[in-house]
Design a protein around this ligand. Structure first.
Ligand code: 6PG
Length: 227
């Protein structure tokens, strides 16, 4: 498995922050702006702290989420809340943030607003996480719209999805939207997730371990891991 191993989580976070900053700088030099989609959950905490301190032209960086739990952005489970508190601080406070949750709308209306995110694509950088059940973004095993979300030919950028393991309803960027990224990175930590990923590399139903949809796509995926 092509997995870059780091000695510990902090070393990984610092490496990843520096790597992402270089990619964003290169995109800004080339096109005048850069787009970044990040995951929520617990894994990115150290990475967000390290990235927020990177010195670059943050005014030209547009940040969104790979997926969102459909809760207001002051809710404990909101990925937007986490990004605002941990990433959009320090130097990165100047970045432009496009959250996915919109007050007064429900997830089934996401396609009405997906064009608001079209200018971010193709993303310059996407950072994925993975759950112990093999989900990534909000591609959950047995998710209500998993097949639409992971359809390589879908023209939708965003899909609403519900699943038993997901908690609240969610929205997620679709497989082609994520896989079109110039730089696609899976950031995982711990032996348990390494074992899940090893299992996902084997033959089997992609809908049972949805990270397989990413692994089996044509995307040039980099995997970074620390114990
Ligand atoms: C979310 C995510 C999700 C996450 C994994 C891993 O909103 O939950 O974006 O796809 O990356 O669930 O989460 P942990 O880092 O908490 O294990």
């Amino acid at each position: 498995m092509n997995m870059q191993k780091h000695n510990d989580k902090l070393e990984l976070a610092n490496w990843l922050a520096n790597h992402v900053a270089q990619k964003l700088k290169a995109a800004i030099e080339k096109t005048g702006k850069a787009s970044l989609a990040v995951s929520g959950g617990s894994t990115p905490v150290r990475f967000f702290a390290a990235l927020s301190k990177q010195s670059l032209n943050w005014n030209s960086v547009y940040i969104t989420l790979v997926d969102e739990r459909w809760v207001p952005d002051n809710h404990e489970r909101s990925n937007a809340k986490m990004v605002k508190e941990l990433l959009l601080v320090d130097n990165a406070s100047k970045a432009n943030f496009l959250p996915l949750f919109q007050e007064g709308k429900n997830t089934s209306q996401i396609q009405e607003i997906e064009k608001e995110y079209a200018s971010l694509l193709p993303f310059d950088v996407v950072i994925l996480g993975m759950g112990g059940d093999g989900h990534t973004a909000s591609f959950f095993p047995n998710g209500t719209k998993l097949s639409q979300a992971t359809d390589p030919n879908t023209e939708n950028l965003l899909i609403d999805i519900e699943a038993e393991g997901a908690g609240e309803p969610r929205v997620t960027f679709t497989l082609p939207a994520l896989c079109s990224a110039a730089e696609l990175i899976l950031h995982i930590e711990g032996d348990e997730k390494k074992a899940v990923l090893e299992e996902a590399q084997k033959a089997g139903d992609a809908n049972l371990l949805p990270i397989r949809h990413i692994l089996r796509s044509n995307a040039d995926l980099s995997i970074v891991w620390a114990p």
